[in-house]
Design a protein around this ligand. Structure first.
Ligand code: CP3
Length: 388
């Protein structure tokens, strides 16, 4: 059950520190929560001092006592405690739309696994829904859209999502911040426009997303119109998440790897770049699965952290991306099927390869649902115990 420990209007100590790129001074709280002094005044009243801000410091390129660690998809089926709440709610969407329960499962991995950040329990598909395309999460199959985008008229009918279209996520963020009471930062997130576009055209998961790619080849102008609408919606959404209390945000480009380098620049990176330029309040992470070919270009994005998958060699990634970005990742999620000694050894190898600075430990993609919770804990504990 939820326990409300928070004291609203708790005072924070204002100090001058640097903006997301360490160049423009902004007003911020002692906790290291960033906000632009004009846009985010409302947050001031509820700012809570963070007891653990390792991940924010690592994202900004500051020194940390140890490498911070969290896992993509940490709130989910690896935890029996999640499955119990999920069962009680009846369905995934019911859970996502109930701020109190979304808050509860968001905090579970902090309590149970000891991660250095929470990520708000939601889904990237809330954006297509807020724009006018309802989705269902079909048990053991995945997402399914009744209506898909087929031509220009469908794009015109979509609205640009605004904060109040996603009030349930914002309420879940506010509640989670209160309930976390500064134990760790809360990560907000959204899908990259290309990945959202792919689901809107295809209407479900796919190995190739060939319908979505066909649309790029056959309707490039309309594709840009749709990507533009998704980008505007995503900026509104991420800013609203930050206003509600998210301490950093991550953009997931899960289907980056199916585009050619030239298509990736034109149809994905351009829009990710627009989002990064618009989000100035908190550190931004960009995770583009399979985009090994775009690492040098990603180094030029106006973001703090680049997520790597396990196919991306660490030192090569560092030299392609540059020293001015934090890297996140990148253990193969399948390592967690191995025995404890192997998990420990490989995790330590990974930490040595990244080195002590500008690294946030994570897997190279979301944790698989059939991984044992204790193996996940072994990965996390190994990172937390490691010292250079
Ligand atoms: O812990 C967390 O990471 C926070 C919650 C989170 C979910 N989805 C919950 C979820 C996050 C960050 C996501 C992102 C997401 N959703 C992505 C990008 C990351 C990635 O994995 O590449 C994508 C592509 C989706 C779309 C999506 N949601 C699919 C394809 C599926 C079905 C496949 C699957 O994993 O079951 C989902 C369902 C989903 N989203 C679940 C969870 C916990 C499982 C639903 C359940 O409980 O039955």
């Amino acid at each position: 059950m939820l326990r409300f420990k928070v004291r609203l209007n708790q005072k924070c100590t204002d100090t001058k520190i640097k903006s997301k790129n360490n160049d423009i001074p902004v007003l911020c709280s002692k906790a290291g929560i960033f906000f632009n002094s004009i846009a985010s005044k409302s947050i001031l009243q509820t700012t809570i001092t963070l007891k653990n801000d390792l991940i924010l410091r690592a994202a900004r390129g500051e020194k940390t006592e140890r490498t911070p660690v969290w896992l993509m998809r940490q709130a989910g089926r690896i935890l029996p405690e999640y499955r119990a709440v999920r069962e009680r709610m009846g369905g995934f969407k019911e859970l996502v739309k109930s701020p109190e329960f979304a808050c509860e499962v968001t905090i579970q991995p902090v309590d149970i696994l000891g991660v250095d950040a929470a990520i708000i329990f939601s889904d990237i598909l809330v954006i297509p829904e807020a724009m006018g395309l309802n989705y269902e999460m079909v048990e053991s199959k995945g997402p399914w859209f009744e209506k898909t985008i087929q031509h220009g008229g469908d794009i015109e009918a979509l609205k640009i999502a605004e904060a109040n279209d996603l009030q349930y996520v914002l309420d879940a963020i506010k509640l989670t911040c209160k309930e976390l009471n500064g134990r760790v930062p809360l990560i907000g997130f959204a899908g990259a426009p290309w990945t959202i576009f792919a689901y809107m055209i295809e209407g479900k998961g796919s190995k190739t997303f060939s319908l979505a790619k066909k649309f790029l080849y056959t309707n490039p102008i309309e594709a840009h119109t749709l990507l533009e609408k998704i980008t505007k919606s995503t900026i509104n959404y991420l800013k609203a998440q930050i206003n509600a209390g998210a301490h950093m945000v991550q953009i997931f480009d899960s289907w980056a790897g199916i585009l050619s380098p030239q298509q990736y620049n034109e149809f994905s990176l351009k829009y990710i770049s627009d989002i990064c330029n618009a989000i100035t309040e908190v550190p931004v992470t960009v995770f583009a699965k399979g985009a090994f070919f775009a690492r040098a270009e990603m180094g030029k994005l106006n973001c703090n952290t680049i997520g790597l998958d396990w196919n991306m060699e660490i030192s090569e990634s560092r030299s392609l991306i540059g020293n001015h970005k934090t890297l996140q990742g990148n253990m193969d999620p399948c390592l967690l099927y191995a025995d404890y000694a192997t998990i420990k050894k490989e995790t330590q190898n990974m930490l040595r390869q990244f080195g002590p600075h500008r690294h946030i430990a994570n897997l190279g993609h979301g944790v698989y649902p059939d991984i044992e919770k204790d193996k996940v804990k072994c990965f996390i504990d190994t990172v937390k115990e490691f010292r250079f």
